[in-house]
Design a binder for this molecule. Structure first.
Ligand code: HEC
Length: 144
């Protein structure tokens, strides 16, 4: 086999591996969870509370140069912009969400703004996909 065809096969195998891995981590929460369980899983998997919770647990790469500073700053800025602790707790207790919080969360979810790239670049599965977006919007709509 020529070097060229070996290279092409190598690239194809690599691409297939990446696609399979990405699809495996980018799925919606497992179907046997309840509506509430799915909503909590979406918030947890998307790292919302890393930047918008009162007790942020920063990911390991916050210790790395460059990306680490970016995520630390985003976490500070995110919490200053909106504290989602009461929102998260209202989901845990299936309680009411204020209209203001619901509409601010809805707009970032619809606009694909959250989580920011500093978070999702290391965790591709943390992006809020179409199915997850529908679940979150539906939860917010039913709990105002
Ligand atoms: C890496 C940190 C980080 C993560 C993770 C993150 N956010 Fe944010 N968030 C920010 C920052 C920074 C801002 C401020 C953006 C700005 O003002 O430009 C923000 C702003 C917001 C706002 C306010 C928008 C407005 O102006 O009204 C909402 C709502 C929000 N985020 C929701 C979420 C949700 C929901 C998730 C999870 C799906 C999430 N965020 C994940 C950092 C983060």
């Amino acid at each position: 086999m020529s070097i060229l065809s070996k290279t092409i096969i190598g690239v194809l195998i690599l691409a297939a591996t990446l696609i399979i891995t990405f699809r495996a981590i980018d799925h919606e929460p497992v179907d046997d969870l309840s509506f509430q369980g799915k909503t909590i899983a979406i918030i947890d998997n998307s790292g919302c509370m890393v930047c918008h919770g009162s007790n942020p647990k920063l990911p390991w790469y916050s210790k790395l140069p460059l990306i680490g500073n970016k995520i630390k700053n985003d976490s500070k800025k995110g919490f200053a912009s909106i504290n989602l602790q009461p929102y998260y707790e209202s989901i845990l207790s299936a309680g009411k969400i204020t209209n203001e919080t619901a509409s601010r969360v809805d707009s970032v979810i619809v606009a694909h703004d959250m989580p920011p790239i500093s978070y999702s670049i290391i965790r591709p599965g943390s992006r809020v996909n179409g199915k997850e977006r529908e679940i979150l919007l539906e939860w917010n709509k039913l709990h105002q």
